[in-house]
Design a protein around this ligand. Structure first.
Ligand code: SAH
Length: 245
């Protein structure tokens, strides 16, 4: 879809916010300012250089993805609760993972762990199609509704165990796992296209490192990156005994 973001941008309102009333206008200004500040202070200053990622994150209204009681904190430098013990990732982590994927406008992307749909929205601005799998039905339903309302027509939310990937639409040019895995799930590695990139937090439930895998000539190479902390990946190739609470 390029860098413009869905119906909202086509309608001349890149923030996807109803601009009909003064108070909404003011809120729109505030939100734009908060986003510019987030991009400058939390992303550029910490070394995120990918202009496409920075552009997408300066456009998508993060406050639309968090619960109403957290709207004021939507641009803070931390993860926020989204219900069911799950979190929307810290903006910096979203930027690092997205930049690591080195997306092209023609790419087909798989995300495991839709959560509130924010990361999927960012991915959708930088790729052709995004398939996103969420194991919690209530989160899958609300994220799908939200993404549709905001005009992200190239994001397809599926409800199910994404630890085994989504074989139906494989192979993928890029795969991002936004929950902590004990090991890189084998089916995800198999579902990578030639030249494909996979990024996931791998480690124990309390601390992980980002791992980037790359498939070339049918062989996979791995790079270990910075430390991070995500909620656990559950399901068949996730953490056993940390099942849905
Ligand atoms: N990317 C999300 C943040 C996700 S938090 C966002 O932008 O908001 C991690 C999510 O992974 C949670 O919603 C959790 O329910 C989901 N999850 C955990 N194990 C999963 C699995 N096996 N398959 C699909 N989703 C899973």
């Amino acid at each position: 879809m390029g860098i413009t973001c869905g119906r909202a941008a086509e309608a001349g309102n890149a923030d996807g916010i109803d601009m009909n009333s003064t108070s909404t206008n003011e809120r729109g200004d505030e939100s734009r300012e908060a986003r510019q500040c987030m991009v400058a202070m939390q992303l550029r200053r910490r070394g995120i250089k990918d202009e496409c990622v920075l552009e997408a994150m300066s456009r998508i209204p993060r406050e639309e993805f968090v619960p109403p009681e957290s709207r004021q904190r939507a641009y803070e430098d931390e993860p926020l609760a989204i219900g069911g013990g799950q979190t929307i990732s810290q903006p910096y982590m979203v930027a690092v993972m997205t930049a690591t994927l080195q997306l092209k406008p023609t790419d087909k992307v798989l995300e495991i762990g839709t959560g509130c749909g924010y990361q999927a929205a960012i991915l959708s601005c930088l790729s052709k199609e995004v398939y996103s799998v969420e194991i919690r039905p209530e989160l899958a339903r609300s994220a799908a509704e939200r993404l549709q309302e905001l005009g992200f027509a190239n994001v397809h939310v599926h409800c199910g165990d994404g630890s085994a990937g989504l074989a139906e639409f494989a192979p993928y040019d890029a795969i991002v796992v936004t929950a902590a895995a004990p090991l890189l799930p084998e089916p995800l590695q198999q579902q990578l296209a030639e030249g494909g990139r996979l990024v996931a937090p791998v480690g124990d439930p309390s601390h992980q490192n980002l791992v980037c895998a790359r498939k070339r000539a049918n062989a996979i190479s791995y790079e270990w990156h910075e430390g991070c902390r995500f909620v656990p990946l559950v399901g068949r190739f996730g953490w056993k005994g940390l099942d849905l609470l």
